[in-house]
Write a protein that binds this ligand. Structure first.
Ligand SMILES: [Fe+2]
Length: 194
């Protein structure tokens, strides 16, 4: 924010853009969700909006200097009972059906090691250093409760298996904040475009 050649805020951009992503956390994990997104370098505001949920929607801002509540944002709120019922049923199934458990593990393994074709959303950070700082917070400063729920793989341009030579891509696989299934987990990509 502030440089004469850039927008002051996303609200100054009037074209079409990707507005937001809707994400959820599990009952009792609002604080863990907050810890996770703050470790990624995002800031949080409370929208005050509750809808049909048990708690307010939190707005997560990839650019802490521009906490626009409507654009360049993703929301977090507690999972609704309808989805929770489905998730719990699938979880039981995964615990009793060996074949399904193996398939689920194979998917999770692919998400950790071959993330390029696995559903995700991506945050652009301002520099490679910003990604390194997020990496350090996740690996060294996060609570044990958070660290045991996340797996981070960062591809640097010099890596042999990088997908796109000029960008840094950090793939965080976790099941604290998801835009789909908690059982399948959610990849969040951190990207820097040096
Ligand atoms: Fe991506």
């Amino acid at each position: 924010m502030g440089a004469p050649d850039e927008m002051d805020g996303i609200a100054d951009y009037h074209g079409a853009l990707l507005s937001h992503v809707e994400t959820l956390y599990r009952p009792g994990e609002r604080k863990l969700a907050i810890e996770l997104v703050e470790a990624l370098g995002c800031s949080i505001t409370d929208t005050g909006f509750k809808g049909d949920g048990v708690d307010t929607f939190l707005a997560v801002h990839p650019n802490p200097n521009d906490p626009d509540p409507q654009s360049n944002v993703f929301y977090m709120s507690q999972i609704r009972p309808e989805q929770f019922a489905v998730e719990e049923r699938l979880k039981q199934f995964s615990e009793t059906e060996a074949g399904f458990a193996a398939q689920l593990n194979a998917y999770r393994d692919a998400a950790r090691t071959k993330p390029f074709g696995v559903p995700h959303f991506a945050l652009r950070l301002q520099s490679t250093d910003a990604i390194r700082h997020a990496e350090a917070r996740i690996r060294n400063e996060a609570s044990e409760a958070l660290r045991e729920r996340v797996h981070l793989r960062v591809f640097y341009p010099e890596d042999a298996d990088t997908a796109v030579g000029k960008v840094v891509q950090g793939f965080l696989y976790q099941d604290v904040v998801v835009s789909g299934s908690f059982l399948m987990g959610q990849l969040i990509e951190l990207q820097a475009q040096p």
